[in-house]
Design a protein around this ligand. Structure first.
Ligand SMILES: Nc1ncnc2c1ncn2[C@@H]1O[C@H](COP(=O)(O)OP(=O)(O)OP(=O)(O)O)[C@@H](O)[C@H]1O
Ligand SMILES: [Mg+2]
Length: 265
């Protein structure tokens, strides 16, 4: 299996501080990774590296076989091969575009302009992705009027539109109510188990949001990797406690995870 992402001794330094500190990590084709870590740990910074929008200050980052900053690497060719759904993206999108337009514009690598001459085949694809995420009833709604959950689902459909080889999700379930979270986990689980779906990396704050089908976990604290590997071995109470700096217990029930602190005594 080839590497979808390979970071070797990567640091990202800003104002003399390493936001990502000497990280080596590889994601192989077909793997589905979860990134866990406290606020400010460097999770979004890792996704920004993986999406080729941020270059390492030190070390090498290779995405889909292209080394960032390497001779012959054109990030403008690389970016359409990567789908990214995150909070930052939602703010850049025109609030007055319809849901269908919001997803369709991704096919042309832009966030704004709406042309009438989109190909019928692209519209079919946009409708299909929105349908998969349960958004068929919202096609004509203005993006700016959507609830948090509807917005998140639209962004995931949008990220799928270029048929990416790597899908990056930054806190896709943040701000959702319990029903919305469970609905999204179910949909992400379906995607994660689909052998034709892209390799995936999802940042989350809660182990409850890990959908069945995710295979690996990376834990990061203060820019440094604490654990990285298969979910079954690495998502342990010990690792999670070290990552968040307090005693925690992880429980694995069926195909889902929960975590909590020690019982009060
Ligand atoms: N351009 C920048 N210049 C200086 N510091 C930055 C810059 N971007 C991010 N940081 C800092 O880097 C650290 C890591 O940020 P990052 O957004 O990766 O954290 P995160 O793990 O995604 O946190 P959260 O869970 O709160 O989203 C934070 O302390 C943040 O303040
Ligand atoms: Mg973040």
């Amino acid at each position: 299996m080839s590497d979808v992402l390979e970071l070797v001794d990567v640091s990202v330094v800003r104002d003399g501080r390493a936001l990502v500190d000497d990280v080596s990590w590889s994601v192989k084709e077909g793997e589905r990774w979860v990134i866990l870590g406290p606020n400010g740990a460097g999770k979004t910074t890792l996704l920004n590296l993986a999406s080729s929008y941020l270059f390492p200050s030190k070390g090498t980052a290779t995405i889909l076989g292209e080394q960032l900053g390497g001779v012959g690497t054109d990030v403008f060719e690389l970016r359409p091969r990567i789908g990214m759904a995150g909070v930052a993206m939602a703010d850049k999108l025109p609030q007055k575009q319809t849901v269908l337009q919001t997803v369709l514009t991704a096919a042309y690598g832009m966030t704004a302009t709406w042309h009438e001459n989109y190909e019928a085949v692209d519209e079919e694809r946009a409708r299909a992705f929105l349908d998969r995420l349960g958004m068929t009833e919202y096609l004509d709604r203005k993006f700016g009027t959507l609830s948090e959950g509807e917005r998140k689902r639209t962004l995931i459909a949008r990220a799928m539109m270029t048929d990416p080889e790597l899908l990056l999700l930054d806190e896709p379930a943040a701000g959702l109510d319990l029903g919305g979270r469970e609905d999204l986990v179910r949909r992400l689980g379906r995607l994660a188990r689909d052998p034709y779906a892209p390799s995936m990396i999802m940042v989350t704050h809660h182990v409850e949001e890990i959908a069945p089908g995710f295979t690996h976990v990376l834990m990061i604290r203060q820019g440094k990797i604490l654990a990285a590997g298969p979910m079954e071995t690495e998502l342990s109470s010990r690792n999670l406690s070290l990552c968040f700096g307090l005693p925690l217990i992880v429980e694995h029930t069926g195909d889902r995870y929960t975590a909590h602190g020690l019982p009060l005594s």
